[in-house]
Design a binder for this molecule. Structure first.
Ligand SMILES: NC(=O)c1ccc[n+]([C@@H]2O[C@H](COP(=O)([O-])OP(=O)(O)OC[C@H]3O[C@@H](n4cnc5c(N)ncnc54)[C@H](O)[C@@H]3O)[C@@H](O)[C@H]2O)c1
Length: 329
């Protein structure tokens, strides 16, 4: 899950797995409570099953116990349970999971626009929360989380794992050493290729109402990095986005690759059945919610951007130019 050797098993439970933890909190005396952290997880898709499921069971079972799994798709939650290799009970009712399993922490790995409702409810039910990025997808959700956190006094951690990439840490170190002097201007360009980039257009991310667009879903990693590197906060932002390549920009389309008559001519044909884990997690569970993991990248309902430009002015005067494109070679 994490490549950072400084993140120990103890730091997982002391601050949330993807937060930077100070040396004293890692090396210091053992925590008063030596029992394992009880973690319940909602959203048993790929991220929930592998990164926060399998990897936690394999690497952190001495300090973390998965006590419950929840998803709106009852088939997927059962498939996830097998893939993760846990005996934790499975649920489709979130409140019931919390009441029956009494977790210390809830890990939220659902579709982005649904994070807020689980974060708020978990706080109301007395749990700490760790959530996958993005925290949420709009201002109203953000305020509801901040209010619930304040009222509950519990902790919310957003797992911005990109900060733990060795390159990201190296850049931070060099900036702190002033190796490049004072930063005045930043160019940050995210070039996603037609494999990684296209994947967002196959499924729920393709709709603004689910992901908040890639300026939230994907770029939240990049804006988090920029804020951290620059040790400052944005004061003015101007952004543009357009759909120039995927979606309506093609002459043919279908619902998903498995039933498509254009497989010979479509450069984006993708056979999900080649991945057995994906067959178990998605294909075998389709009958319940119609979630097509190999959805067509040319669907006419796609309403997110594939071409994005942002200019940010920071509190400390730095100007940042950001672009993201999702169809590069
Ligand atoms: N940090 C990273 O680098 C990174 C990488 C991939 C995904 N993610 C994040 O992880 C989360 C999950 O992404 P994924 O790729 O696993 O998606 P996924 O589609 O594989 O899984 C999402 C799961 O949420 C479930 N779900 C949807 N609506 C729900 C609801 N209302 N209540 C309960 N469950 C619901 C779906 O049934 C599905 O099982 C997203 O927030 C995504 O942004 C982060």
């Amino acid at each position: 899950m994490m490549t950072d050797s400084n993140i120990t098993r103890r730091s997982f439970i002391s601050g949330g797995a993807a937060l930077a933890v100070t040396a004293s909190s890692v090396v210091g005396a053992p925590r008063a409570a030596e029992r394992r952290l009880r973690m319940a997880l909602v959203g048993t898709g790929a991220r929930g099953s592998f990164t926060w499921g399998q990897d936690v069971v394999e690497g952190y079972s001495d300090v973390v116990e998965i006590v419950g799994l929840c998803d709106i798709n009852s088939k997927r939650v059962e498939a996830a349970k097998k893939l993760i290799g846990t005996n934790a009970p499975s649920f489709v009712d979130f409140d019931r999971m919390i009441k029956e399993t009494r977790p210390d922490t809830v890990m939220v790995t659902t579709v982005d626009a649904t994070h807020a409702r689980y974060i708020v409810r978990a706080l109301e039910l007395g749990c700490d929360v760790m959530t996958e990025k993005p925290f949420c997808t709009d201002e109203e959700q953000c305020v509801s989380i901040l209010d619930a956190q304040k009222k509950s006094g519990k902790k919310v951690t957003v797992t911005f794992n990109a900060r733990h990439d060795p390159e990201a840490k190296k850049i931070k170190g060099l900036l702190m050493e002033k190796a490049v002097g004072d930063v005045i201007s930043v160019d940050f360009h995210e070039y996603l290729d037609t494999s990684h980039g296209a994947d967002y257009f196959r499924r729920w991310h393709r709709l603004k109402q689910n992901s908040g667009t890639l300026l939230v879903h994907k770029a939240s990693h990049h804006f988090d990095l920029a804020n951290w590197w620059l040790d400052s906060a944005p004061v003015e932002v101007t952004a543009f986005g357009d759909l120039k390549f995927y979606g309506r920009n093609n002459s043919f389309r279908n619902t998903h690759c498995r039933v498509c008559p254009f497989t010979q001519q479509c450069k984006f044909y993708w056979d999900v059945t080649q991945n057995q884990s994906y067959v178990k997690l998605y294909v075998d569970c389709e009958s319940e919610d119609g979630y097509l993991r190999d959805g067509c990248v040319w669907r006419a309902d796609i309403n997110i951007y594939d071409t994005m430009s942002v200019v940010v002015k920071y509190e400390n005067g730095v100007l940042l130019n950001y672009t993201a494109n999702t169809y590069l070679p």
